[in-house]
Design a protein around this ligand. Structure first.
Ligand SMILES: NC(=O)c1ccc[n+]([C@@H]2O[C@H](COP(=O)([O-])OP(=O)(O)OC[C@H]3O[C@@H](n4cnc5c(N)ncnc54)[C@H](O)[C@@H]3O)[C@@H](O)[C@H]2O)c1
Ligand SMILES: O=P(O)(O)OC[C@H](O)CO
Length: 332
């Protein structure tokens, strides 16, 4: 397979995806924004900061110069955090625009206005630019370890989704295609809010029953917002919805769940962020989801309470008590 791909973002997920593509036989370029960090990756042939223990395949090369991307190929997979997504695409455009095929693995909203990331892609490049999102239950370290994983590749352009699936698919990394870009985006972004909430409940000492209730009612919130934004209900029962929600709410590899655990155990937000020392996408997603819910009149009580803990100083215990005090009603 003489295929090429440039991965933008040398964190845990971009590094894992670059290693995956290289193992699949792709000539792979991994770009990171920090020259000193990328020099270490070049020197060490591994990412000791974000994905230690996984030596890079020989067909994976490192750069901190975006100009190298346009000379390398026109297929780009963006895996920077949501707060860096728009700026990274703006920088990319100065080097590559014509013929660009872009995918992204970022889970979140555009922090400027809560828009979905496919809208950022369309605004910066074009609505006709081949675009796809990669999302689903996938911890980077397990992908690097080649533990069986299944993810969704969502695009309104099926040929492009299939092209990307061909490049990334393997026995241990199963790719499923989906035409519901909005549903997959909302599922991947809002599951991080629910993971914080589930972590808070566990950190407070509540049990498995509580966690199951939060996951179930959290899925209900995600579906309500996702359908309102144009997603298909069935998408949220799939890998990018229920699958990723269960994974992130129940396993301590999740940064979002661990962040919630720390809050529930009494740490303040700053201390919890410092302790985790990696991206916690649910913090910004909690605000963006809360604002979207208000804008579209969608009842999202778990999201609202999580937002109030993170942005209004509500204590974790008071947040759970507020949820428990809600009036009895028919399940919907
Ligand atoms: N880590 C996982 O298991 C995993 C799995 C699936 C999806 N994701 C998603 O991947 C995205 C990237 O997160 P991650 O897990 O790799 O985070 P990370 O904390 O592991 O790494 C973050 C990376 O972003 C870089 N970065 C920070 N600010 C930047 C900027 N302004 N411009 C460019 N790069 C910048 C950092 O240098 C670092 O390399 C997130 O949206 C996350 O939800 C992560
Ligand atoms: O560590 P988290 O909570 O950002 O979760 C990582 C991935 O999104 C899991 O699918």
């Amino acid at each position: 397979m003489n295929k090429k791909i440039a991965v933008l973002g040398a964190g845990s997920w971009g590094t894992a995806l670059a290693i995956l593509a290289a193992r699949n036989g792709c000539q792979t370029l991994l770009w990171g924004h920090n020259p000193k960090h990328m020099a270490l990756l070049t020197q060490d042939h591994e990412n000791k900061r974000y994905l230690p223990g996984w030596i890079f395949p020989e067909n994976l090369t490192i750069t901190s110069d975006l100009a190298d991307v346009s000379a390398f190929c026109n297929l780009v997979l963006v895996s920077v955090p949501s707060h860096a997504f728009k700026d990274t695409l703006i920088k990319l455009k100065t080097h590559l625009s014509n013929g660009l095929q872009i995918a992204w693995a970022t889970k979140g909203f555009n922090p400027d206005n809560g828009s979905l990331l496919h809208e950022v892609v369309a605004d910066i490049f074009s609505p006709q630019t081949p675009a796809a999102l990669l999302s689903g239950p996938s911890f980077a370290a397990e992908v690097a370890a080649e533990l069986p994983t299944a993810i969704t590749i969502a695009s309104s352009q099926p040929d492009f989704a299939n092209h990307l699936a061909d490049i990334l698919h393997s026995e241990r990394f199963r790719t499923y295609t989906n035409s519901d870009l909005i549903g997959v985006e909302v599922g991947g972004a809002v599951k991080n809010v629910m993971a914080i909430a589930a972590g808070i409940a566990d950190g407070l000492g509540f049990g498995a029953n509580t966690r199951a209730a939060l996951i179930t009612r959290g899925l209900n919130e995600i579906i309500r917002l996702g359908v309102k934004l144009g997603g298909r209900q069935e998408t949220f029962m799939g890998l990018a919805g229920l699958g990723d929600l269960i994974l992130t709410c129940t396993d301590n590899q999740s940064r979002n769940r661990r962040f919630g655990l720390a809050l529930g155990q009494g740490k303040d937000t700053a201390a919890a962020i410092q302790e985790i020392d990696q991206e916690i996408e649910g913090i910004s997603a909690a605000k963006e989801t809360f604002l979207l819910a208000k804008k579209y009149g969608v009842d999202m009580p778990i999201t609202e309470q999580t937002y109030k803990v993170l942005y209004e100083g509500l204590t974790p215990l008071a947040a759970v008590q507020n949820l428990l005090a809600r009036e009895q009603k028919a399940e919907s």
